[in-house]
Design a protein around this ligand. Structure first.
Ligand code: NI
Length: 268
């Protein structure tokens, strides 16, 4: 069943996201209890550059709901390409969609991804709530492990499918915690673990964007041959700075996002 409008889809995505990332709901509640009203800077989605489910396919409903393509980004080390979309209403979250560049991986990985995509029911990808349907294929732990050897990202998409990888607290709208370092300390005092790859704060005032994120929590995922605890989703925090023209920078910084992607790595 398709959603009627953008607000419904965003609600559905938040419900699904907090169900597999209860830490995000806890952080949301802890900050709300401090008197903060949280707004969302961006929602991140992940996919493969397979023509049936690439960035353009995932972006289609958002474009129909008034989003416009604003920036694109390369992540050579992670073999990813991404685009971000903005709505004419600045209160709507930006949508950040990345795709894994399959041609840069082994034939075995490409074959695995093709076999997953071939399991997607006919035309499922054209539904306007495709980005919240979850995993539209069966996958085994052996396939997950094989993908993990080549790419954390590929394994994540295979295990979780189509749902937000993260939501992002827009720090500029916070009152007590408008400094990212103050926010990070508060989160750590409350027992939340932050991604420290490349330092807890990615970016700087100079590059007009500071970001931090929690580490993805592990959840039990049902594979075709059994259950396994694996890293799921994380919560991100973003502070934006004004450009020389006075407008807040709305883009993304590749060097920072590169490290943020590691929030779903097992290594940390
Ligand atoms: Ni992000």
């Amino acid at each position: 069943m398709s959603t009627q409008n953008l607000a419904q889809l965003l609600d559905k995505m938040w419900v699904d996201y907090t169900a597999i990332n209860p830490l995000a709901q806890k952080i949301y509640d802890v900050l709300t209890a401090q008197g903060e009203a949280l707004s969302n800077d961006h929602i991140a989605l992940r996919t493969f550059n397979h023509p049936r489910i690439n960035i353009e396919v995932l972006a289609r409903p958002f474009l129909a709901w008034g989003y416009k393509e604003m920036g694109d980004y390369q992540f050579p080390e992670k073999k990813l390409y991404a685009k971000h979309y903005q709505h004419s209403d600045p209160k709507m979250p930006k949508i950040f969609i990345s795709e894994l560049k399959l041609e840069e991986f082994s034939p075995a990985l490409r074959e695995t991804v093709n076999s997953l995509v071939n399991q997607i029911p006919a035309n499922a990808e054209t539904a306007n709530d495709f980005t919240s349907i979850g995993r539209p294929w069966n996958v085994s732990t052996a396939t997950y492990d094989a993908l993990l050897k080549e790419s954390d990202y590929a394994a994540w998409v295979a295990a979780f499918g189509y749902r937000p990888n993260h939501f992002t607290v827009y720090i500029n709208d916070l009152k007590k915690f408008s400094d990212i370092r103050v926010l990070n300390e508060f989160l750590k005092e409350n027992g939340f673990k932050l991604n420290s790859s490349g330092g807890e704060v990615k970016g700087s005032k100079e590059v007009l964007l500071e970001q931090s994120s929690t580490l993805a929590n592990n959840i039990e995922v049902t594979f075709s041959d059994g259950k396994r605890m694996i890293p799921a989703c994380y919560y991100e925090f973003a502070k934006r700075y004004a450009m020389p023209n006075g407008n807040l920078y709305q883009g993304f910084v590749s060097a920072s996002a590169d490290k943020i992607f590691e929030s779903t790595s097992k290594g940390q």
